[in-house]
Design a protein around this ligand. Structure first.
Ligand SMILES: Cc1cc2nc3c(=O)[nH]c(=O)nc-3n(C[C@H](O)[C@H](O)[C@H](O)COP(=O)(O)O)c2cc1C
Length: 185
């Protein structure tokens, strides 16, 4: 009996491959994608999250080499445009070029609905948009985390219900099911 327990523990361990960095890994870890607009420059972003409900605050992690990093340091504001899944090819293209070398807005062909009070674009194709003002930053590793007050939330009257998710290595996906968990009695 004792031996059996030992063996089954060993089996469980052996199903995992172990890595020490992200370089080689191909596991699925889908993240919601947004186009971060600073002025007219568009940067696809999937490393972002809410950090406070009231006041509503949001964090984005931006790599120091990206032109967006320079723009955020200078302007202190941005919009996060959440586009539906069917824009994934444009988004992927924008993630391979840099705004200090190319006019990414023109290249994207995306329509601008209007601009926020800081001149950051609001893209018409978005399901919803967060207009953000940077209130804090934190550097640890190769990305800077910009924490921002979400000062306005724009919700499109027409929602796609097809959010764009990114799982690294050129893999995009969306959701096929929404399930509501039963309320505890
Ligand atoms: C789907 C997707 C998500 C990305 N997420 C991030 C991110 O969260 N943070 C980041 O710094 N770069 C991210 N990148 C990479 C940047 O979008 C890419 O380096 C871009 O060219 C930077 O543009 P910029 O130099 O004009 O700022 C992502 C790229 C893709 C395609």
């Amino acid at each position: 009996m004792e031996n059996k327990t030992k063996d089954s523990k060993k089996d469980i361990k052996s199903i995992f491959n172990i890595y020490t960095n992200l370089g080689e890994i191909t596991h699925l870890q889908p993240r919601l994608v947004a186009l971060l607009a600073c002025g007219e420059n568009l940067m696809p972003a999937s490393w972002h999250m809410p950090t406070s409900k009231s006041p509503f605050r949001y964090a984005v992690a931006v790599r120091e080499e990206n032109y967006t990093h320079t723009l955020l340091e200078k302007n202190g504001s941005f919009t996060l445009n959440f586009l539906p899944f069917n824009y994934y090819e444009i988004v992927d293209k924008l993630g391979r070029i840099h705004g200090d070398k190319e006019d990414k807005l023109t290249l994207s062909g995306l329509e601008v609905e209007e601009k926020d009070t800081h001149n950051n674009v609001l893209l018409s194709a978005s399901d919803f948009i967060y207009a953000c003002e940077v209130c804090d930053r934190y550097k640890n590793g190769d990305h800077t985390i910009f924490i921002a007050d979400v000062v306005k939330i724009y919700v499109n009257e027409t929602q796609s219900n097809q959010p764009m998710l990114f799982s690294g290595r050129g893999r995009y996906m969306t959701i096929s099911k929404v399930l509501r968990a039963p309320k505890p009695q």
